[in-house]
Design a protein around this ligand. Sequence first.
Ligand SMILES: NC(=O)c1ccc[n+]([C@@H]2O[C@H](COP(=O)([O-])OP(=O)(O)OC[C@H]3O[C@@H](n4cnc5c(N)ncnc54)[C@H](OP(=O)(O)O)[C@@H]3O)[C@@H](O)[C@H]2O)c1
Length: 266
Amino acid sequence: MTSLLVIGAGRMAEAIISGLVAEEKNIFSSITVSNVSNKDRLSRLKRTYGVHVTQDAISEVASHDVILLAAPPDAHNYLLEQLKEVIDHQLILTVAAGIDPAYIEARLNTRTPVAWIMPNTAASIGESMSTFTCGEYVENHHRTIINYILSSIGESEELSAEKVHDLTAVTGSAPAFLYAFALGLEEAAVNYGVSRKQARKLVTHMLKGSVSMLEHNGEPQQLMDQVASPGGSTAKGLEVLNEQGFMSMLKDAVKATNNHARTHNQ
Ligand SMILES: NC(=O)c1ccc[n+]([C@@H]2O[C@H](COP(=O)([O-])OP(=O)(O)OC[C@H]3O[C@@H](n4cnc5c(N)ncnc54)[C@H](OP(=O)(O)O)[C@@H]3O)[C@@H](O)[C@H]2O)c1
């Protein structure tokens, strides 16, 4: 059996742990989670998910097979300096924005198997769209573990490290863009006099139906055309979005996110 040590106990760590413990056949014989300061949070994770907790992750490394780094990107350099002294055969995974396998390999002993997973918070309900990339020393038995973690939190796509950098915004951060979109529509609905609860229902189900249409019927442009007959009311709304540069705003948001994430990879 395999044991997992998660370093970092924040939102992403919890999202992944909740996905893992929900699996019927958990391949991990034990899961240990650590942070630096927030003891209450560790106690809650212990109660909720039955995991072991510690505030001294480094002394736990030797007794674990898989180390998942779920700490902020700028904590990685220091963490890897400490890990370098104690790792032996372990598989090292990170979910940090901008921290690719080459960054980790360069800071650890040679031949360390490393993978970079870019999930999103829907991991907590098993619906993450995750991208991932493997380092040079990942072998088939490591892939089994990586695929197990990925499938317990949703869908995944293996890409080159470059592409994971390029798509960090689209899969990791864009949920926040979508929630901003949902909030904007909710505000509009509330301004027309419905309750917040009604607005939430209207917007959520509209989004759900639209996502199903995308899944079943494909082309976004074709689906847009179905809603917006020429000269009609929806076309007027789309005209405003176009005038205000909606598409280029999205591209700029993606670029800004990725550029910022890449600053961690130095
Ligand atoms: N949130 C997302 O949607 C998302 C999506 C994709 C990837 N990620 C990546 O996931 C990672 C964690 O993000 P998050 O949203 O979960 O952040 P978070 O909620 O702020 O949690 C960060 C966690 O890291 C711990 N930590 C901080 N410095 C540490 C150190 N030096 N050693 C060990 N643990 C340390 C913190 O412990 P204390 O609380 O005790 O300080 C906290 O438990 C980031 O690298 C981020 O890029 C996040």
